[in-house]
Write a new protein. Structure first.
Length: 481
């Protein structure tokens, strides 16, 4: 029979975790009873670090405070004291708390802290049952964790123009009170040895649709210097592209410009361009700005990116890659003025130069990944994992990015670690935000800082990724569900 409130030191934040010590229990064979005193009980509050209205405010540790009573003979009670002391003095521990049978359990991650006082007030000189008082003050992480929530698996297509989950998907309702790191389990349908994998989770409007700007037959853009018309091509999104030949000018000049195919919710976005090379020997420079007669007058949209050559192969469709062009705000010079609902159709200019080699560059499409959309609570988190010489996928294996411990692991089909090699991670492990709609974006190949070892490592729009997300809801107090 469970006695409430449940208060236990356990091995992990899970209902199945081993119980290290029950702090509200009766042990029949020793006659020792231990329980928390309700008077003076406090789960504390996390300390806020930074200015209340500042950017990037974080929360520091909280202090859990309560008194324990231990009742029993001296020899058995002292043994229980020793058990309590060992749990208090652990470098890290988990304290499970459940108020009643009708409430969900929560876990506080505690750390070694200064022990409380041991009271002898009700201890006698006789050998019968004594009552001891122990003050408990535990330093803990700012938020209590709820039971892990596992979301339904989804299959994300690597084509921004095809499938129900086109390089992104909307996530179910997020429980809890505060943003929570997620655990991402991904099973890729192809072996990826040289790719950079990019995960983004962003708060988005409820009516959010993926933002894709096709380039090719029937697009809304105007050809610039040495840029051809829309050309059919099965390897490209929308099955068409525009070639840039550099026949008359290899300098960094405008190759494509004009209005986007549709309006964009006011906010800041990370923009990715998919391109294909006709030969592996070429190096390109690219930058994206606004088309308003003078390129680059908005410095935030004029960062230059270098696309390095591959080392082998003939290029073409098998050497497709995503190029991150930086971030841009729409509209320009976005301010604190509330523009929610006033969606704008931006006009952009894409400049490209060829600094080495003889290959053309085929322009496929652009994808906009939200960073911060007006009217939503929270900012996107993006993690890029750079793999070199090994990858997140091999036969009968899957990958796990665990935000709770900020680590990557490749697992085999039996759930055992398959490789200890680690990618170079940049950015932050993604988090989900309660109270808003969250969208997951996945780009399974992006490589601009250096070339591929082999063109077969290029991007393929026909691949898919099976993704399962899970997280612990984070609660300010003891949660509601």
């Amino acid at each position: 029979m469970t006695t409430y409130p449940v208060l236990r030191f356990v091995a992990a934040p899970s209902p199945d975790a081993a119980v290290r010590l029950d702090l509200h229990a009766y042990t029949a064979y020793t006659g020792v009873r231990i329980w928390p005193v309700k008077n003076g009980w406090s789960i504390g509050t996390p300390a806020m670090e930074g200015e209340p209205d500042g950017v990037g405010v974080e929360y520091g540790p909280r202090t859990l405070g309560f008194d324990l009573r231990v009742e029993g003979s001296k020899v058995h009670a002292l043994a229980k004291h020793s058990q309590i002391a060992r749990e208090i003095l652990r470098d890290g521990n988990w304290l499970l708390f459940q108020l009643s049978a009708s409430t969900e359990p929560v876990w506080f991650h505690t750390y070694r802290t200064e022990p409380g006082e041991l009271s002898f007030e009700h201890v006698t000189s006789r050998g019968d049952a004594d009552r001891w008082g122990i003050g408990m003050k535990l330093t803990a992480e700012p938020f209590a964790l709820g039971k892990r929530v596992v979301m339904p698996p989804v299959t994300i297509t690597n084509d921004p123009t095809a499938g129900p989950h086109r390089m992104s998907c909307l996530l179910p309702e997020i429980l809890g009170d505060a943003p929570s790191p997620v655990r991402i389990q991904a099973d890729f349908t192809t072996t990826l040895d040289q790719h950079d994998i990019e995960w983004t989770i962003a708060p988005v409007p409820d009516d959010y649709e993926p933002l894709v700007w096709p380039i090719g037959v029937g697009d809304t853009f105007t050809a610039g210097t040495d840029t051809g018309p829309g050309t059919p091509g099965a390897a490209f999104a929308g099955e068409s592209y525009r070639p840039v030949t550099f026949d008359t000018d290899e300098d960094l000049v405008t190759r494509l410009y004009g209005p986007a195919p549709g309006p964009v919710p006011p906010g800041r976005y990370r923009i990715h361009l998919r391109v294909g090379r006709t030969h592996q020997d070429s190096t390109y420079e690219l930058r994206l700005g606004r088309h308003n007669g003078v390129f680059g007058d908005d410095a935030s949209g004029a960062d230059t990116v270098t696309l390095h050559p591959s080392t082998t192969g003939a290029g073409g469709a098998t050497d497709a890659t995503w190029v991150e062009l930086g971030t841009m705000s729409f509209p320009a010079n976005l301010t604190e003025i509330d523009l929610v609902g006033f969606n704008f159709t931006p006009s952009i200019a894409l400049q490209i130069g060829r600094t080495a080699g003889t290959g053309d560059l085929n322009l496929d499409c652009m994808v906009l990944v939200p960073v911060d959309i007006q009217g939503t609570e929270g900012v996107a988190t993006t993690l890029t994992s750079e793999f070199a010489g090994f990858g997140p996928q091999a036969a009968d294996s899957y990958s796990v990015w665990d935000g709770d411990v900020e680590a990557y692991t490749r697992m085999n089909g039996f759930g055992v670690i398959d490789s200890g090699l680690q990618p170079v991670n940049r950015g932050g492990f993604p988090t989900v935000h309660p109270g808003v709609t969250n969208a997951l974006h996945l780009i399974t190949q992006t490589r601009t800082t250096r070339g591929f070892f082999d063109t077969t490592n290029g991007d393929s729009r026909t691949t898919t990724t099976d993704v399962t997300l899970s997280y612990h809801p984070r609660h300010l107090w003891i949660g509601d569900r």
